[in-house]
Write a protein of this length. Structure first.
Length: 297
């Protein structure tokens, strides 16, 4: 007699919920409702005949049965995805690479390089997702995921591509490219990063602790803050590899030459079974080299 299998969507939800230790966080990552997560977990628990989570306050704790089940489910899902991808790629003339990365990295760094990428690797068909969700969902949904995380992030599956070095940038007027005036900077609005509002305090603590930031508008993404700086709205702190083109083309300047190592970095997540594909390895090497050679002239 053939043993039935639980629905794949319940297994995926189980993995994300177990790694997030929260049904609400899992719902955000999977882009479904918390109720849908609960129903899928209940469906899986009913199929197995045992509970996988204990509800504790606002979160959940995985049970002993769940801990035993989780590694096997992850391995099975990875094996299934690898086998499926392998067959698809054997029959395809182009290799499809799905990638997620922060919106600013997609718009300011990757998109301007797509034409050269196409010339160097015509066999790669790149699909780009700009997202800031957690790594757990990307283990199943993308070939490569890049996240901006603290440099002390401890995860053997993460590879640091580049440490974040923030450049102070402003519109070219009223500065020249070669000289700055700290008094002018004191009087300018500081465009803060909505998800990391502490950056300006870190910056001035390092360079001049007598400066109290005069905040202007806040922005969720670096590409938005960079556009505001170009428009003369204020000064912004932008990662060097994202600001390089705008600085090299004279759209903005760093009049004081000041920068800040934020303690964050850009980390790549790519499941080991997917890296067996030569085209994906080629793309990863291209990405690393491109990031290393993105410099401010």
């Amino acid at each position: 007699m053939t043993t039935a299998y639980p629905p794949l969507k319940t297994l995926k939800t189980f993995i994300v919920a177990a790694q997030a230790a929260s049904f609400s966080h899992a719902a955000q990552q999977l882009n479904i409702t918390q109720s849908a997560v609960s129903k899928q977990i209940l469906q899986l628990e009913s199929f197995l005949g045992c509970p996988l989570f204990e509800r504790v306050g606002a979160g959940v704790v995985i049970t002993r049965a769940g801990k035993r089940y989780l590694p096997s489910v992850i391995k099975a899902m990875e094996t299934l995805q690898y086998a499926t991808a392998d067959v698809i790629q054997m029959a395809a003339t182009h290799v499809r690479v799905e990638m997620s990365l922060p919106p600013s990295m997609a718009s300011l760094w990757l998109i301007p390089r797509l034409q050269q990428l196409s010339k160097d690797y015509p066999e790669i068909e790149l699909v780009i997702r700009a997202t800031v969700t957690g790594a757990a969902v990307h283990a199943l949904d993308c070939d490569i995921a890049v996240h901006c995380l603290p440099m002390n992030s401890a995860d053997e599956q993460l590879e640091c591509l580049r440490e974040e070095n923030l450049q102070l940038v402003v519109a070219k007027e009223p500065f020249t490219e070669t000289q700055g005036d700290i008094e002018k900077l004191r009087n300018m609005k500081s465009l803060f990063h909505a998800t990391r509002p502490q950056l300006w305090q870190q910056f001035w603590l390092q360079h001049d602790d007598t400066v109290t930031p005069d905040y202007g508008p806040g922005f969720e993404h670096f590409f938005m803050a960079l556009e505001a700086a170009k428009a003369g709205v204020g000064m912004a702190l932008i990662p060097d590899f994202l600001a390089a083109s705008a600085i090299n083309e004279g759209q903005v300047v760093n009049p004081s030459g000041m920068s800040l190592r934020s303690g964050y970095g850009y980390f790549m997540f790519c499941p080991s079974y997917k890296r067996r594909t030569p085209a994906l390895e080629n793309f990863i090497e291209w990405m690393k080299l491109s990031l290393q050679h993105t410099i401010i002239e």
